[in-house]
Design a protein around this ligand. Structure first.
Ligand SMILES: *Cc1c(COP(=O)(O)O)cnc(C)c1O
Length: 460
């Protein structure tokens, strides 16, 4: 049982003493500790010190419908009472897993007819590699094993997923897989130089063509990419990028894996990011928002081109997780899909709120320390600079963005920072007045940061 009587200081001490946190400097945390989040409602989180903070990040890109969806909570509770667990190995299944697999195929294009469940996005991307390798093996093309990904991509944290990803800090700490190769990211603001965004988008896409030619089409199996890179800094690619990638892939026998762990289920304004950008992936990775973040669940959606091969006489697929298709997680997924479909919140809510969010956020483009504002659906980044035209950064080691983030949190707004960008992914149920709070508090935090670094006058 969770102890309700521990006071906040004692709880923090306990956490500091025993709990190692993900993506955290252990030594720093042991000394300084952190924040204990004790409850959440609608789009607000409450900590054990009594602070109320508006969540501009949907948890960690997952609670797209906020924290008060009773229907999901109830579906999980009822499922735990009915069947808390049984495995899906050895010719067994359960009702929520069977139904969710079918429902996920209904919300994706016709060619997706099969789902493989995992517990996370990382495991789902590991699964994608095995599916791709198996597919080409069964086709009698065992040399097609190489996977191309992009620098600064995020595909998860297991060894295979971090290897697919392009995060240099992660690569430094673990040897990557030798069959994964990386190309340039379509990040015009960071890497575009003198090219205009559209020309840069084409150039970045052609890196894929060059890499395939260099490695050999007979050895390259797949290209994996997020429609919009999320953790990398909400990198909305130039309009020219995806059509050119599509052309390159259409001309070749290379699979496309669309990592929709963030973009999926409405974030970019359509059900999936590949619909926003008009690509036709062979495999789709999902996780996070599929259960509104309430239960761990991920998986791979598999198009018929692949499943036709996997289902025709190849024998056993030697892969699986104890909790693949966990009944309580799948029940959460079903309830989430029910809400998404019945409320039409993607087709109406997001489509209605996104232009308002964009117009309010774009006001910040004139702010003295803002170099670029990127928005796609309810997904955004604000780049901080000292000089708008040269794109020179305000301070080394992203210190200005860290300062802005910490100031915003102190003012009651939870936003994140990646590199020199502030990034946001507000829940779809955020009200207009709450979008106003988000933008207004961010603007104040930017003012404070500008003053702190001496590029804006301090208040008298
Ligand atoms: C979060 C994320 C993952 C990893 O998902 P986990 O559930 O944390 O393993 C993979 N891909 C993308 C795009 C993500 O944002």
């Amino acid at each position: 049982m969770m102890t309700a009587t521990l006071d906040t200081q004692a709880l923090k001490k306990l956490d500091q003493a025993h709990h190692l946190h993900p993506f955290t400097d252990f030594e720093d945390y042991a000394q300084h500790g952190g924040r204990i989040v004790s409850r959440a409602e609608h789009v607000y989180i409450y900590d054990s010190d009594g602070n109320k903070i508006q969540d501009g990040m949907s948890g960690l890109w997952c609670c797209n419908l906020g924290y008060s969806q009773e229907r999901i909570k109830q579906a999980v509770t009822e499922q735990l009472a009915q069947l808390p667990f049984y495995n899906n190995f050895f010719r067994c299944s359960n009702q929520p897993a069977a139904e969710l697999a079918a429902r996920l195929c209904q919300v994706t294009p016709e060619r997706f007819q099969h789902v493989f469940f995992t517990n996370s996005g990382s495991e789902a991307n590991d699964t994608q590699i095995k599916l791709v390798h198996r597919y080409f093996d069964l086709l009698g093309k065992p040399d097609k094993k190489l996977i191309i990904s992009r620098h600064n991509a995020y595909h998860g944290s297991t060894i295979a997923a971090s290897s697919l990803g392009g995060m240099s800090a992660m690569h430094k700490q673990t040897m990557g897989l030798d069959y994964v190769h990386h190309i340039q990211q379509p990040h015009w603001f960071e890497e575009g130089g003198d090219l205009d965004p559209e020309a840069f988008g084409i150039a970045a896409a052609r890196e894929l063509e060059k890499k395939i030619d260099e490695l050999g089409e007979d050895r390259v199996a797949a290209f994996i990419a997020e429609p919009v890179q999320g953790a990398g800094g909400v990198i909305v690619p130039p309009e020219s990028y995806w059509p050119e990638v599509k052309r390159i892939l259409d001309e070749r026998d290379i699979l496309l894996i669309s990592d929709e762990v963030i973009c999926g289920f409405g974030r970019t304004g359509k059900w999936f990011g590949f619909e926003t950008y008009g690509t036709e992936p062979d495999l789709v990775t999902f996780a996070k928002a599929v259960t509104n973040g309430y239960m761990p669940l991920g998986g791979s959606l598999i198009s018929q081109k692949i499943s036709d091969v996997l289902l025709s006489g190849g024998g056993e697929f030697a892969h699986g997780l104890t909790y693949s298709g966990h009944p309580a997680s799948c029940a959460a997924g079903l309830a989430t899909l029910d809400i998404l479909e019945e409320t039409r919140i993607i087709e109406q809510g997001v489509v209605d709120l996104a232009p308002y969010f964009a117009s309010r956020l774009l006001e910040l483009a004139d702010h003295p320390i803002v170099g670029q504002v990127r928005v796609q659906g309810l997904f955004a980044a604000v780049e901080l600079v000292r000089d708008k035209s040269s794109r020179e950064r305000l301070a080394p080691e992203s210190a200005a963005a860290v300062h802005t983030r910490d100031t915003a949190i102190t003012q009651g707004l939870m936003v994140r920072q990646t590199g020199d960008a502030m990034i946001m992914a507000p829940p779809f149920v955020t009200e207009r007045s709450e979008i106003d709070f988000l933008v207004d508090q961010l603007a104040i935090a930017l003012d404070r940061t500008g003053q702190h670094y001496g590029v804006m006058p301090s208040p008298v």
